[in-house]
Each structure stands twice: as structure tokens, then as C-alpha cells.
Write a protein that binds this ligand. Structure first.
Ligand code: ADP
Ligand code: MG
Length: 686
């Protein structure tokens, strides 16, 4: 008899025996609508019913053992309704105690020498199991593992197991494979149906590992396919410009720089130039540690755009940064006949009108500013290249908006936060990545010291010594105001204390996120002009500010910050020719905290720190809370499963660039996943 194949992707959960209207509503509430959704609601952990030798079980671990009843139970009451039933059980050569709480009715259920299997928490010191489940006899359980699901409302874990059993019985055979056969063979992956069955009804530890492996790969592959498809569509379908830059002039420009480029700078310049020359649109992320020389690279790219007859723009997050960049770009570019201009919201009136006019008629070649720059009434004559600095604060969506602005110029994103590779190919998977992994020669390494709070006097003494030599210092605090809950130093208090301490000798400024942006700019300016010698601040100074005369960075409660953030903060000093110092004041409570402080004082390599940071804090926290752009995976773990991630990424890239992928039947389901993800419209597939 021919059996009709059901499309369980759209078949509602009510088709499963035992799921009625009310249950279905509760399931819908959890995002489970179709039978497939039910299958794809993965357990978040398993009860382990494997029998173990008690000698190998850790204190407080859950365990299942079998034995014989050695003495009849004794019952004690405490409180009105609370009771404790104690029973002695012989498990192999151990005589242990089993305890049931609040189940007095079990008292007459046991007989001496009766066989019994119990599950519960093992107290190694008291040789006692607090029993949560038991059954008579010792026959083997059918399942050594039972899945535990997150449930909502009136739904129960047991109910879930029942629905899944019913669903598998009826629709298990309708689960289709979505990966092509050759992939399953090559990576020895379980097919989709068996893998789903094993996840919900695992037979063994091995079995579970095997099915988990399949879904880790599947999840990464689907995600990477999406990113790679976006990348391909953006490259090929958004009309980029072919910028025929003048190589001779460009070489002349590079030769005039006051220093030779590092190897890494040369490499990324070539990668960027290749993108600019190609008819595709550049969508590239340039990563380089603080001080690795990204600004020069951006100047070269802007010069190339100009020599090809295009205008360029550089966008940065704050006014003060815009001014700094504008000054250094002007110095490099103007001697070569390239006109630059600065546009921020403080440029107003006649001056603004004049800039806009000269921009529109092409007299201004390079525009530098905050991100109002490409959003307002700003019209370029012929914009070919947009560079944004410190953009990891934007999520995928903002990046898309930026790319879709105006005349589709090439786009280069720069960031000084070294991003671990696994995160880069996930959060920025749709982009090409260039990395400057080398520092200019002769840079003095910042010396970093970790001290505890009780040595504050010595820290202040050291600060005074630096200030007397005409240097400046930053003091960073985690909070703005006094917090009752957390015993932390805060910027206001520290500011008051230091003002008092340095009275009549040095000026102490205060900077925090609650200041208006014009106030922030004012404080920053005072500091960069050395009217303020000590700047007490929250982390708002983190982003790219350059005050080369500042040689000391003191960070209060350093254990509160992530390693990458500490590294960014530390990068505010060491920008001049003088030896710089970073002092971390911290009393970490645990080993991980101590390890972090040690790592900070031992290495200046941002990539090493970022990998460590990811390992210690996990992907979700890496960029901070806002707009991290890091996707959540159900099964896969970016840190733990990084090898699978690499493989999936490479597979996805070669798939979308192969002809077979867009034609052959074996890739049908993978193509459909792209339509579902909204990357492709359905029609394009046929
Ligand atoms: P980033 O923006 O990556 O933090 P910058 O571009 O501001 O770094 O460069 C930091 C400093 O190093 C600047 O003073 C710059 O002039 C200098 N610099 C850049 N590249 C080189 C190089 N190849 N050799 C020597 N000094 C360099
Ligand atoms: Mg920079």
C-alpha cells in the first residue's frame, strides 16, 4: 500500500494523538506550531539512569543504583506535614542509607531482601541517597537517559515525552533529510530522522554524542549558508564601482609616508585595493589591535579612491575622534593635492552650507565626520568609498542599512577590538575579513601591573611622579554613582578624592556617560590640551581617543571588566614615545578573576586576550550587551565546537559559489532554508 507522505513542516501539532486544542495553544506559546517544530524542540539536558559504581560517583551527583533492602524503613515526623522515611540498602559491597522525604505511605511497601532500583542525589560523606525515584526489582530500564525539556505553563516534561513518542510513532517516517548524501558519508553523520530519534529517545551516551554531532554541523552549516549567500548576493547584485586607481601615484603616496609599512599593512592594503578594483562591491572588515596602524591604511585606500576619480568618506563614532582623524588625514593627504573637510553637527550655518556645496560639486575629495555624514542632506558628487571606524557597536542590521545608502560605494569597516576567528566568521560572517596582526617596529610595550586596593597610596605616589614629569593619567572606574548593592569605587567619589589629593598641583577632570555629548567633548578637549592632567572616567573613553602625552592608565575594580575591554582601555596610553604604564587595581574573589589579571599583566597581544576572553566569558558577553550580532545556537557552541564551525563555514562558502548548489536536487532543502531565512526570494530558485 502506498503511504502518503505528510509535510510535517506545516502539519499542525494537533495532528499528533493526545494533543488537543488547549495543549496546542500552550505549545504555540512556546513557538511550536507544526509537527516538525515539536521534533525540533530539543531537550536541554538528560537524566542519566546508567548504573554506576558508587566509588566513582562524586558528592552531590545524581545517580541510579540497584541493590537489596537490608532493613525495614523507619519513619520520623518533623513539623506538621513533614516526614522522613529511612531505609538501609545493600548495593554491591556498600551498605547505604536511602531517604524518602514526605512520603510516609511508603512505609509498608518494602520487604527485607527485596530487589530495588533507586535514583537520587548521592551524599558521599553520609553515604546516603535522597531518593527521587524508585522501583521494585532490578530489571534493566529501557532508556538509560531520559530527556528533560524546557516547558511553559501547564505543560509538563512527562507530557512532552508522551507527545514526542506519539509524534514519532505516527510521523517519524515523514522526517526528511536536508543534507546531501555525500556530506553524511564524508562526515559520518547520522541521518536526520535517526538523529532526531536519538535526541529524544537516546539509547546510550555514544548514541547521543553521535546525534548531537549531526545537529551541530547542520546548525552551523545552515547559518553559514545564510551568511555566505548574503555575501554573494550583495557582491553580485548590488552594483559596485570599478575603481581604476593610479598605481604610480599611489606608490608615490606610500613612499612619502614617514615610515615603511609593516608586512601586515601591505597585505591588507592589497586586499582592499583588489576589492576596489573589482566590479563587485567591497564589504570588508579590517581588524587591527590598537596602534597597529589602521589610520594609515584608511588614508591609502582613500587616496586610491581619489586617484580613481571618486570621493571618499570616513565615519567615526564621536566628534572628538572625527577631529583627530581629520587632522591626521589632512596632514597626510593635502600635500598630495587631496582636499579634505570635517563635518560634524557642530559645523553649522554658512560654513556647513559651503562644505555641502563644495562636496556636491566635487571640490572636496574626502569627507570626515560622525555618522550624520551619510544620513543627512549630504550629497556627494561621486562617492566611491566609505570607511567606518570602531563599528563593532553596530549590529548586522545597521551594517545592512549603511551598505544600502546612496550610490552603493565600497564599504570598509575598521575595528580595534581583535575578534576571535570563530566569532568573526559568525557575527561578521557575511563580510570579508582583513587582519593587521603585527605592530610597527620599535613600539615600547606598555608595562602592566596588578595590585590590590590596599596599595592605593603607592599607586597615587607613582601617579604624582608621572604628572611631575609633565605626563597625564587616566583613572577608570566601573560605575558613575554610588551603588548600594555593589561595593565598587565610582567615578564621582574617586574624582572628589583625587581633586582633594592633587589640590593646587594638578587639575582633575570627570567624564561619564551621563554627561551631555557637548560636555564630554569639552572635557576631552581640556584633557587633550593638557588643561586637565588627570581624567577620572567611566568606560566612555574606551573608543579610539588619542592623547599621546598620557602615559598612565589606572583601572579601579579591574576584575569587573572583560579582558578585551581592559585591553581597549589600556590602549589609550602608549601612544607617544614615552614608556607607558597600566595599573590594574583589583581584588578578584576567585581563581578565574586572578587568572584574568595575570593574563593582562603578561601579554599585550589583543588577539591572545580576545581568545581568552571568549573562552572565559562565552560568546554572548563578548561584545557587551548591546547589538552583539552574535546568533544563538540551539545545539552548537561556538567555543567548544569551533572545528565544526570552520568546516561548515568552508563548506558553505564553496557551496554557494558552485553551480551545482543552485541546480541540483540534492541541495533542494538547503536552498529552501535560504528562502525561509529571507535571503532569497522563492522565485529565484526555479
Ligand atoms: P590604530 O588606528 O590602528 O590604533 P594608528 O593608525 O593611529 O593606529 O597608528 C598608531 C601610530 O603608529 C600612529 O602614530 C602612526 O603614525 C604610527 N604608525 C602606523 N603605521 C606605522 C608603521 N608602519 N611604522 C611606524 N609607525 C607607524
Ligand atoms: Mg584608529
Amino acid at each position: 500500500m502506498l503511504r502518503k507522505v505528510n509535510d510535517i513542516n506545516i502539519l499542525p501539532v494537533t495532528s499528533v494523538k493526545g494533543i488537543g486544542g488547549e495543549t496546542a495553544l500552550a505549545l504555540n506559546d512556546m513557538g511550536i506550531h507544526s509537527v516538525m517544530d515539536l521534533f525540533e524542540h530539543f531537550p536541554y539536558r538528560y537524566e542519566d539512569y546508567r548504573l554506576k559504581d558508587l566509588a566513582e560517583v562524586a558528592h552531590d551527583e545524581r545517580v541510579t543504583v540497584e541493590g537489596v533492602v537490608h532493613s525495614l524503613p523507619s519513619l520520623t515526623y518533623f513539623g506538621r506535614k513533614k516526614s522522613k522515611l529511612t531505609i538501609r540498602i545493600l548495593v554491591g559491597r556498600y551498605l547505604i542509607t536511602g531517604v524518602f522525604f514526605n512520603q510516609p505511605y511508603l512505609k509498608n511497601k518494602f520487604a527485607i531482601n527485596q530487589e530495588i532500583t533507586v535514583t537520587g542525589k548521592w551524599d558521599k560523606h553520609r553515604q546516603t541517597i535522597t531518593i527521587s525515584e524508585h522501583k521494585a526489582g532490578t530489571e534493566k530500564r529501557t532508556n538509560e537517559f531520559e530527556p528533560v525539556y524546557t516547558v511553559k505553563g501547564d505543560l509538563t516534561v512527562k507530557g512532552f515525552r508522551r507527545y514526542l513518542a506519539a509524534a514519532f510513532k505516527e510521523f517519524g517516517n515523514d522526517i526528511t533529510e536536508i543534507l546531501p548524501d555525500y556530506m553524511l558519508k564524508e562526515y559520518k553523520l547520522m541521518n536526520r530522522r535517526d538523529a532526531l530519534r536519538s535526541l529524544h529517545f537516546p539509547l546510550s551516551d555514544q548514541d547521543l554524542k553521535h546525534s548531537r554531532r549531526r545537529f551541530v554541523y547542520e546548525e552551523f552549516l545552515l547559518f553559514q549558508l545564510k551568511m555566505q549567500a548574503i555575501r554573494k548576493v550583495q557582491r553580485e547584485q548590488s552594483m559596485g564601482s570599478t575603481q581604476k586607481y593610479d598605481l604610480q601615484k599611489l606608490k608615490g603616496f606610500i613612499d612619502c609616508l614617514p615610515f615603511p609599512l609593516t608586512h601586515a599593512q601591505k597585505r591588507v592594503v592589497n586586499e582592499i585595493l583588489a576589492d576596489m578594483k573589482s566590479p563587485y562591491r567591497m564589504n570588508r572588515l579590517l581588524q587591527g589591535d590598537v596602534g597597529s596602524g589602521k589610520t594609515v591604511v584608511s588614508a591609502i585606500a582613500l587616496f586610491a579612491a581619489h586617484s580613481a576619480g571618486y570621493q571618499g568618506a570616513l565615519m567615526v563614532p564621536t566628534e572628538i575622534l572625527a577631529e583627530q582623524h581629520s587632522a591626521s588625514l589632512m596632514e597626510m593627504l593635502e600635500p598630495h593635492g587631496v582636499t579634505t573637510a570635517l563635518l560634524t553637527s557642530s559645523v553649522k550655518g554658512k560654513k556647513r552650507r559651503e562644505i555641502l556645496e563644495r562636496l556636491a560639486n566635487g571640490e572636496i575629495h574626502i569627507l570626515i565626520g560622525t555618522h550624520a555624514l551619510i544620513q543627512e542632506e549630504v550629497n556627494f558628487q561621486k562617492l566611491g568609498l566609505v570607511i567606518t571606524d570602531e563599528q563593532h557597536r553596530f549590529g548586522v542590521e545597521q551594517r545592512r542599512i549603511l551598505r544600502e545608502k546612496g550610490e552603493s560605494p565600497d564599504v570598509l569597516f575598521m575595528t580595534a577590538t581583535p575578534i576571535p576567528r570563530t566569532l568573526a566568521i559568525t557575527a561578521f560572517g557575511e563580510m570579508d575579513v582583513s587582519i593587521i596582526d603585527e605592530m610597527p617596529a620599535g613600539r615600547k610595550a606598555i608595562e602592566t601591573y596588578w595590585t590590590k586596593h590596599d596599595t592605593l597610596d603607592r599607586v597615587l605616589g607613582f601617579m604624582e611622579k608621572e604628572l611631575r614629569q609633565g605626563r597625564q593619567a587616566y583613572v577608570i572606574c566601573p560605575l558613575i554613582e554610588e551603588s548600594e548593592k555593589l561595593d565598587l569605587q565610582n567615578a564621582l567619589d574617586v574624582h572628589a578624592a583625587l581633586t582633594q589629593y592633587f589640590q593646587n598641583r594638578f587639575h582633575v577632570g570627570l567624564m561619564h556617560g551621563k554627561l551631555h555629548s557637548s560636555e564630554k567633548d569639552l572635557v576631552m578637549r581640556e584633557f587633550s590640551e593638557n588643561n586637565i592632567q588627570v581624567l577620572v572616567s567611566t568606560t566612555v573613553v574606551e573608543v579610539g581617543v588619542n592623547v599621546p602625552n598620557a602615559t598612565l592608565m589606572v583601572i579601579y575594580d579591574a576584575e569587573r571588566f572583560g579582558l578585551s575591554q581592559l585591553h581597549q582601555l589600556r590602549g589609550r596610553v602608549g601612544r607617544g614615545s614615552d614608556q607607558s604604564y597600566c595599573i590594574l587595581i583589583a581584588d578578584p574573589k576567585n581563581e578565574v578573576g586572578k587568572e584574568r589579571m595575570k593574563i593582562m599583566s603578561e601579554t599585550n597581544d589583543g588577539f591572545v586576550l580576545s581568545e581568552k576572553d571568549l573562552e572565559l566569558r562565552g560568546p554572548g558577553d563578548f561584545f557587551g550587551k548591546k547589538q552583539s550580532g552574535v546568533p544563538e545556537f540551539k545545539m552548537a557552541d561556538m567555543v567548544h565546537d569551533y572545528r565544526a564551525l570552520e568546516v561548515a563555514r568552508n563548506d558553505a562558502a564553496s557551496l554557494v559559489n558552485s553551480e551545482a548548489f543552485w541546480k541540483e536536487d540534492q541541495f533542494k532543502y538547503l536552498r529552501e532554508s535560504l528562502v525561509k531565512a529571507g535571503v532569497l526570494s522563492g522565485e529565484k530558485l526555479d
